[in-house]
Design a protein around this ligand. Structure first.
Ligand code: FNR
Length: 461
């Protein structure tokens, strides 16, 4: 049986690339949004991802096994409220994705408004409004075969008649609602939003219209409602105002951004969000404040723990990461770079590892050892520091590192005396790769014991 989602009177977090990840969505819900959209996710990314239950975080993860990246992470707290926005130009691919993810989302939205080159060249985003047959075939296919509501998000066209004609055509596909960003393809966010055009669309169609584009004038919840009413729309969707201060959804008025940053960090730690994504979201909140002393300290930070430290949440982060690590989070060890020969082949990772391992010469000593940051409270204990001291003490040549970079994954080989050492795992940063190579060397030299490495999760026995 088909599920439904009530699109009347709802305040919605808009889809935003890099911003609409799990911490931001949960924050929006806790501050008063009713429905939250994911960032736009391109169809092939979800097709190639593997659905995994994450028992440690209590999340469902769609993991790209070629680089270990989380393509989509969701949890019970947003069940029935999360809408996944898909970037697609192909009905069959969209349906495969829809079937794969529908158990984890409340609705599927197709992006038909993105004016970026990347989208248009791929026939996605606003290109679909200029290829209505394709747009309709995607929506019709999804509406017919999925058990969840299907919607789309569009921009307006330069002429009002043209816009209404398109929306009416899209309505015939059976979609449950339509989100309208009241700007044309060439208009920029600073240009005024055409609330009058949205109002005309509302009059012309029978499905709920979700008004979008009002952030410039939105500073508090009552402004959100004012924009919705100016458009006469069933619901309203907010992007930038939420990106700047997600507590804009609160009934009681927005909170100071320090509180919002705290909440963002807490959720990022709780849901093991990537440091780069967390950093980006906070940059969007800080905006001009990045120029302050605190802002610069923040910009210098790299790990989640370092980012948290700027707002005095370092020990919370450490404690939580240790807890997760002890509970068995092992995700990144699965990552291996995609083979250039067959980039879509996801069926034989072992083959890929083999091929890439061949680039590491046979005289390199390899062990299944990975560097786990949380094991090292004191920087002096870091494998690279320890190995450095070992060479100094024993009067041998200092360690020399060589790094291999493949599709944004790294392996390092460290040369010490006459030996060359490397971890067999691919890491997501050059620094981690060097640390795991150093750790492999320390193990081989008998400085780190197998028991200790197995106990702290660095080594798979
Ligand atoms: C966006 N927008 C957007 N739209 C979309 O359909 N899919 C997406 O992934 C994104 N990504 C995105 C990222 C960022 C950082 C911003 C600021 C915007 C557009 C967004 O959803 C919305 O349509 C516009 O920003 C207008 O609404 P506001 O900002 O006036 O509320």
């Amino acid at each position: 049986m088909k599920s439904s989602l009530d699109y009347s009177n709802k305040i919605i977090l808009a889809p935003m690339v890099r911003v609409g990840t799990l911490p931001m969505r949960l924050m929006a819900l806790s501050y008063g949004a009713d429905i939250v959209y994911t960032e736009e996710i391109i169809d092939w990314k979800l097709l190639r991802a593997e659905r995994q239950i994450n028992d440690v975080l209590k999340t469902v993860d769609y993991v790209d096994k070629t680089d270990g990246c989380i393509v989509f992470r969701t949890c019970d707290k947003e069940k029935g409220k999360v809408v996944l926005q898909l970037g697609t130009a192909n009905a069959e691919r969209a349906l495969l994705v829809g079937r794969k993810v529908q158990q984890d989302i409340a609705a599927l939205d197709i992006n038909m408004g993105c004016p970026k080159d990347f989208s248009i060249k791929g026939g996605m985003g606003i290109a679909l409004l200029y290829d209505l047959d394709r747009a309709k075939s995607i929506l019709t296919t999804l509406v017919k075969h999925l058990d969840i509501p299907v919607t789309c998000k569009i921009r307006i066209m330069p002429g009002i008649d043209e816009t209404i004609k398109i929306v009416k055509e899209l309505e015939t596909t059976g979609i449950s609602a339509i989100a309208v960003h009241g700007r044309t393809k060439t208009e920029r966010p600073r240009h005024p939003v055409h609330a009058d055009v949205i109002r005309e669309i509302v009059k012309a169609v029978g499905i709920p219209v979700i008004a979008n584009g009002g952030s410039q004038e939105i500073h508090k919840r009552s402004d959100i409602l004012k924009f919705r009413d100016a458009c006469g729309a069933a619901s309203v969707m907010i992007a930038r105002a939420a990106q700047w201060n997600c507590s804009v959804f609160r009934d009681e008025g927005p909170l100071p951004i320090e509180e919002v940053i705290h909440e963002c960090l807490r959720l990022s730690v709780d849901y093991d969000n990537s440091p780069s994504n967390t950093k980006y979201c906070i940059q969007m909140i800080l905006r001009d404040l990045q120029e302050t002393t605190l802002g610069r300290k923040f910009l210098d930070s790299q790990t989640l723990e370092q980012i948290c430290e700027v707002w005095n949440l370092g020990s919370y982060c450490r404690k939580k990461q240790l807890e997760y690590h002890n509970a068995g989070i092992r995700g990144r060890r699965q990552a291996c770079p995609q083979s250039d020969a067959n980039p879509q082949d996801e069926n034989c990772p072992s083959k890929k590892i083999k091929m890439l391992s061949d680039e590491i010469s046979s005289d390199v000593i390899e062990h299944n050892i990975s560097f786990i940051r949380v094991n090292y409270a004191d920087d002096k204990e870091l494998p690279k520091s320890k190995l450095y001291l070992y060479t100094v003490k024993n009067n041998i040549k200092l360690p020399k590192y060589e790094v291999i970079n493949k599709n944004k994954l790294f392996r390092a080989i460290v040369k010490v005396a006459d030996g060359k050492y490397s971890s067999s795992f691919w890491e997501k940063s050059k620094k981690f790769a060097e640390q795991s190579a150093a750790l492999t060397c320390l193990y081989h030299l008998g400085i780190e014991s197998k028991e200790k490495l197995i106990e702290n999760g660095s080594m798979i026995g």
